[in-house]
Structures are given as structure tokens and as C-alpha cells.
Design a protein around this ligand. Structure first.
Ligand SMILES: *[C@@H]1O[C@H](CO)[C@@H](O)[C@H](O)[C@H]1NC(C)=O
Ligand SMILES: *[C@@H]1O[C@H](CO)[C@@H](O)[C@H](O)[C@H]1NC(C)=O
Ligand SMILES: *[C@@H]1O[C@H](CO)[C@@H](O)[C@H](O)[C@H]1NC(C)=O
Ligand SMILES: *[C@@H]1O[C@H](CO)[C@@H](O)[C@H](O)[C@H]1NC(C)=O
Length: 415
């Protein structure tokens, strides 16, 4: 009796899963950094990525173990080429070898769709390195052309919002004057190769720098009066949208109105040093929970209401070997044992803690805050109201997300 009951429940869960996760589910991306010595093996990370509904993963390297583990999963990958390799990539032979080894050999089983060349290079203020950026991007792109992969793999680079000189109000957005000569040719390259412009945006930093003046509700997507941009009367009720629209304004100013923008990192830490005001599990839960909800609503920003947000949350795990303030090691949605870093309202998928090598990990490692998903799940029990699955279709996406997490977990534990 018990067994029958159990398996019919499983059938209902799986049916519910199919109903709740139609192919149109809005796509969440997640950054998977590995600057740690206690992370689960990539095989164990596959179900976690699926559980949070992420369809896109960004790596800070091209870790073979990860790329192999995700073969035939349908998950799209952005792999990265660390800043330390940039100077070598202008040489076509090096670029070709890198692409063959780190990209071509995994295709098509692992869906690598993009290569991020360097991370936040222009704001390191190292003119030598900055000078290597475009030639490296061109070298990698030429290699893709030679290997006939350029139609399926794009080449781009991720920037910090610190490339902006002005960002408030959003309509005044412009790039740093001293970087313009460097940025314009990169924008030209992106435009010609139909590649996206990537920006890492952390409202947390703005709050931490100025907690008395920046409204916490404004940065956490909580209800608040917001601000109106006097130039165009657009109303902003959260800082992330203001930052994104400042980027659009800066691109417009240089004539690149149509360049697609992706948020390659955003997130909120669940822990910080004493002077890191705002870093807490409660705030991380609000930031990431609200962010997911917004992504699920397929909302655009006030300046681009009809353009889907394309966001990679930072990050998958807390990374214990990251240097810098405590917050840097606490952006993860998950702890290294695979349980949620803070109250998602669901239990995580326990994984045996094999040691990853700690390979790669953000080359731009010093920057990396990331988001966290904390849908305030109503978890009176793990299965929730499966019987009302049809109603759930209209639930907000974060709800769906958390439901799916539970169902996946159950299926996983039962298998
Ligand atoms: C880089 O230079 C800009 C402009 O001079 C300055 O505002 C910024 O603080 C510098 N950043 C670093 C990391 O040195
Ligand atoms: C930049 O390159 C020049 C010439 O190779 C070298 O002399 C200089 O030390 C480099 N500067 C930095 C900051 O690496
Ligand atoms: C994981 O790595 C740490 C530090 O390198 C080491 O002390 C520990 O024994 C390792 N654990 C396993 C299971 O390999
Ligand atoms: C869960 O939902 C039920 C019914 O909607 C409600 O009565 C209960 O208070 C909720 N529990 C939590 C923890 O929100």
C-alpha cells in the first residue's frame, strides 16, 4: 500500500513538474565560480543547477570537469578566458589552440554558446592589459571563424559598472572619458559580430558605500516611492534597473542603440564584515527572491520595457578561498554541501562533499558578488498543493521556481 501510494505521488510530482516548467520558462543564468577547496564535484552540481531552473551557466574558466559533467543537459555555457591569457591571444596560433581545446572539443554535447574574454579588464586601469583586450577578442573570434564555429559561439567581455562616468539619473549615463577610445572599437567589434555587451552590476556596493543616503528598499526591489528621471520622466523603483538604463544611455551616446545588454553578474552577500552594512541572509533573500520574480515576469527596464532582462545571478556557491572582505566569500545561493545558503524554504540537495580542485575561479576574482535565489516558499510540506497545479501556472515565477526545486529534489532523492 505504502509503495503504491509513493509511486503515484511521484507520478503526480513529475506531471506537476512538466506543467510548471513549460519550455517557455524564463531563463535564469547562474555564475559558477570555483575559488574554493570544498565544492562538490561538477557531477553533483548538475542537479542543483537544474533545481534552480537555470538554463545558462557562466564559468570563469573552461573547466573540463564541468564541461563534461554538463554534456547533453541542454544547459548553455559561457566559458571565460582569464585576464592572464589575454596577451597571448593576439597570436592566431595560440587563439586557435585555445578554442580547439576549450571549446571545440566539447561541442556539440556541451552547448557552449559564448566566450567571455577577460573580466572587468578596463577598470583595472592597467593600460597594457587594456590594450590586449580587443586583439584577444579578435584573435579568439578569428579562430572561431576558421573552425566554422562563429555562428554558434559569440565572443565578448564583461565590464564593471565602474566603466561609467555618470550613471545617475540613468539618462545621463556615459562611459568614463578616459576609456572611450578603448571602448568604442570594442563596441564596434561586438556590433559587427552580433555579440552582447556584458555588465556586472551590484547595487550592494552602492548601498554599502552610502547606507545613510541610499534607500535599502530601493536596492532590494522592495516597495518604495522610487525616483523619476527628470530628462524623460521615467520612474525607477529599483537601483538595478537604473544602472542598466544608464548603460543603455551610455551606449546610445556612442551610437550603439541596438547592442544587446546582458547582466553578467549581480547578487547580494548573505554575510559580510562589520563595516559591510546590508550583507545579511535576510537582505540576500529579498534581493535574489525579488530579482527572480522580476525575471519571471519578463519585465524590461523603464527605458527598454519590451526587452527581456538577461541576467546571470552571482553565484552558485559560497567560495571560501576568495580574497577580500567577508562578503566576497558569501554570495552563494548554496553552501558547499549543496544546501541553500539561506532560507529558501526548501531543503537543498545534499551532496557528498568531494573536493574540487579549486581550478579557475574568477580571474577577476576580486569583484564577484553574486545573487542568491531565495524565494519565500510556503513550505508547509515539501509537496505543496500539487492538486492545485493548474492554478500554479499563473503563479509568479519564483513560486514556480521553488516548487520545481522541491519536486526535482524529491525525484532526485527517490531515484
Ligand atoms: C581607475 O581610474 C579611475 C579614473 O582615474 C579612478 O576613478 C579609479 O578609482 C581607478 N580604479 C582603480 C582600481 O585604480
Ligand atoms: C607595460 O608594458 C611596458 C612595455 O612592455 C612595460 O615596460 C611596463 O612595465 C608595462 N606596464 C605595466 C603596468 O605592466
Ligand atoms: C578537501 O580539501 C581539504 C583542503 O585541501 C583537505 O584538508 C581535505 O582532506 C579534502 N577532503 C577530501 C574529501 O578530499
Ligand atoms: C502557507 O500557506 C498557507 C495557506 O495559504 C498559510 O495558511 C500559511 O500561513 C503559509 N505558511 C507560511 C509559512 O507562509
Amino acid at each position: 500500500m505504502e509503495a503504491t501510494h509513493f509511486s503515484s505521488n511521484l507520478a503526480i510530482f513529475l506531471l506537476g513538474f512538466l506543467i510548471l516548467f513549460p519550455l517557455t520558462i524564463s531563463s535564469v543564468g547562474i555564475n559558477y565560480g570555483q575559488i574554493a577547496n570544498n565544492l562538490p564535484s561538477p557531477d553533483h552540481v548538475v542537479p542543483l543547477v537544474k533545481a534552480i531552473g537555470a538554463t545558462r551557466v557562466k564559468l570563469y574558466d573552461a573547466d573540463p570537469k564541468v564541461l563534461k559533467a554538463f554534456a547533453n543537459t541542454g544547459v548553455e555555457f559561457t566559458v571565460s578566458l582569464g585576464n592572464e591569457y589575454l596577451s597571448k591571444m593576439a597570436d592566431p596560433a595560440n587563439a586557435q589552440q585555445w578554442v580547439k581545446t576549450n571549446v571545440q572539443s566539447y561541442l556539440p554535447a556541451t552547448k557552449i554558446t559564448s566566450i567571455a574574454v577577460g573580466n572587468e579588464v578596463l577598470t583595472l586601469n592597467d593600460t597594457n592589459l587594456s590594450g590586449c583586450l580587443l586583439p584577444a577578442m579578435q584573435g579568439v573570434h578569428s579562430a572561431l571563424v576558421n573552425l566554422k564555429l562563429d555562428s554558434q559561439v559569440t565572443v565578448t567581455t564583461a565590464h564593471s559598472v565602474a566603466i561609467l562616468q555618470s550613471s545617475y539619473p540613468p539618462s545621463t549615463g556615459s562611459f568614463r572619458q578616459d576609456l572611450k577610445s578603448c571602448i568604442s572599437p570594442i563596441l564596434d567589434f561586438l556590433s559587427k559580430t552580433c555579440s552582447p555587451f556584458l555588465i556586472n552590476a551590484y547595487p550592494f556596493f552602492a548601498y554599502k558605500a552610502n547606507p545613510k543616503q541610499v534607500s535599502l528598499d530601493f536596492v532590494l526591489f522592495q516597495p518604495n516611492a522610487g525616483i523619476v528621471d527628470p530628462a524623460n520622466n521615467l520612474h525607477y523603483d529599483n537601483m538595478l534597473f537604473a544602472q542598466i538604463d544608464a548603460v543603455y544611455a551610455a551606449l546610445n551616446r556612442l551610437g550603439y542603440k541596438k547592442l544587446p545588454v546582458q547582466i553578467s553578474e549581480t547578487g547580494w552577500p548573505s554575510k559580510g564584515d562589520e563595516d559591510e552594512i546590508g550583507a545579511s541572509p535576510e537582505n540576500a533573500k529579498k534581493y535574489n527572491g525579488n530579482l527572480l520574480k522580476i525575471i519571471g515576469q519578463k519585465k524590461g527596464t523603464p527605458a527598454k520595457p519590451n526587452v527581456d532582462l538577461n541576467i546571470f545571478v552571482f553565484a552558485m556557491f559560497n567560495e571560501n578561498l576568495k580574497p577580500g572582505p567577508t562578503s566576497e566569500r558569501n554570495y552563494g545561493l548554496f553552501k558547499p554541501d549543496g544546501t541553500p545558503a539561506y532560507g529558501l524554504g526548501v531543503s537543498g540537495i545534499g551532496v557528498s562533499g568531494g573536493n574540487s580542485t579549486g581550478s579557475g575561479g574568477g580571474s577577476g576574482g576580486s569583484s564577484g558578488p553574486s545573487v542568491y535565489l531565495s524565494p519565500p516558499v510556503n513550505s508547509s510540506n515539501g509537496y505543496l498543493a500539487i492538486s492545485s497545479a493548474t492554478e500554479m501556472i499563473v503563479w509568479s515565477n519564483w513560486r514556480r521556481f521553488s516548487m520545481g526545486l522541491k519536486m526535482l529534489m524529491v525525484a532526485y532523492l527517490m531515484s
